[in-house]
Design a protein around this ligand. Structure first.
Ligand SMILES: [Zn+2]
Length: 251
């Protein structure tokens, strides 16, 4: 385990005094690697909070460029970033805030072709994609690699998040969504999104990621639905779907 420097003891002081974090937890965070797929409304705040908490390595994957329509919720970007690669603009912002975090910015899509290179030396994957197909690809690749992942989505005024265990003992994303649904899935560009709703989902993903990296219990296999506009929040266990290609294979 790495020794903390005086500057790190000062930087992380407010979380080091939390019994659930402590010195050992901080060392765990500093030696962890997280892949964040998508550098948009979910990916920006998740990356900022995980880097802020001292996660040692962040890999960012997104092939998109910053657009004016991103600025209301993609809070790591400003007007000078318009037209720039999202992962490169986000990496610059993160490096200015915390040089402890090694950033690996990859201006490419996560898919079946790029998955194995993207997952190398990674402990946890966070879905921040706004794409059903990308989530199916993440589900497949992390299942094959034996990694947990945290799904998140936000459209219009509501969002959802799920923490999937490495072995999918409590079901998987393929149990929730099937391939044909993915083909017809509409995202924020068609349906709209209120900025803070994306932020709310990103905060849940960030807290779950920190708990998971600390080795603390998380609510595996539960679909959490948050509708802050109406103030309704609920959670339900995922049930394994008959014919699910992943759960059947591992049964
Ligand atoms: Zn399944």
């Amino acid at each position: 385990m790495v020794e903390l420097t005086d500057e790190q003891l000062q930087r992380y002081a407010r979380q080091l005094i939390l019994p659930d974090v402590d010195l050992e937890g901080q060392q765990r965070l500093l030696s962890s690697g997280v892949l964040i797929v998508g550098a948009g409304g979910l990916g920006c705040p998740v990356a900022q909070y995980l880097s802020g908490a001292g996660v040692g390595r962040l890999r960012l994957a997104d092939d998109d460029q910053v657009d004016f329509s991103n600025l209301p919720r993609q809070v790591a970007f400003d007007e000078s970033d318009i037209g720039q690669s999202k992962v490169e603009a986000l990496a610059k912002r993160l490096a200015r805030a915390n040089s402890d975090t090694a950033i690996d910015a990859r201006p490419e899509k996560f898919d079946a072709r790029t998955a194995s290179a993207m997952l190398a030396d990674i402990d946890l994957v966070i879905d921040a994609t706004d794409s059903l197909q990308a989530r199916l690809d993440i589900d497949n690749a992390t299942h094959d690699a034996g990694l947990p992942w945290i799904m998140g989505s936000a459209v219009r005024m509501a969002g959802q998040w799920v923490v999937f265990d490495a072995d999918r003992e409590l079901g998987c994303y393929h149990c929730l969504v099937t391939q044909p649904e993915a083909a017809g899935g509409a995202g924020c560009a068609q349906l709209g999104i209120l900025g803070p709703v994306a932020g709310l989902v990103a905060m849940h993903q960030s807290v779950m990621a920190i708990k998971l990296l600390l080795g603390l219990p998380v609510p595996w296999g539960e679909l959490h639905i948050a509708d802050p506009w109406s103030g309704e929040y609920l959670a339900m266990p995922i049930t394994k779907r008959t014919g699910c290609p992943i759960c059947q294979a591992s049964a």
